[in-house]
Design a protein. Sequence first.
Length: 182
Amino acid sequence: MTALSVSCHEGGPVLPGAGEDNWPVDPDTFRDAVGRFATGVTIVTTSGPGGSPAGFTCQAFMSLSTQPPRVLIAPGRESVTWSKIAESRAFCVNILSDSHEPIARRFAVRDDRKFEGVEWAPSGATGSPVLRAAVAWVDCSLTDVFDLGDHFIAVGLAREAVTATQRTPLIYFRGEYMHPAC
């Protein structure tokens, strides 16, 4: 077996031949292909300056490690919520149920009134908003950030993880919200 050589640069490790200036796949074709991968739907929240809540709908979420308990999110470079997460160094991943598509849609757009009429409470660990609509949530301290393309990869150390209900999660597939029959 041959070892793979990895070099490092400003954004982190780079595999040989992985230059960002040579895109072998059209972005629209790529988006269509990866859109065939079904994901759960989360709303990532934080407390902004003065304790004001902020949040965005995020399908780019995954469990990264159990020892230590870490998760990964990929906020967009232009996300207003991301700047507040970076400042507070904390976020909460709220996993939505299949009946919460309206909340997912509301948090997917830029709007200063996202939290109007949405029931939430501050988490015990970081104070980030926990949505009453959540099936489960993971409250995190931000530990690592990688600057990659039009998104960041942000890693959080779980400070609290709670399963709130056994409801079916909301799924996102091919640009549409799906309601699985489980």
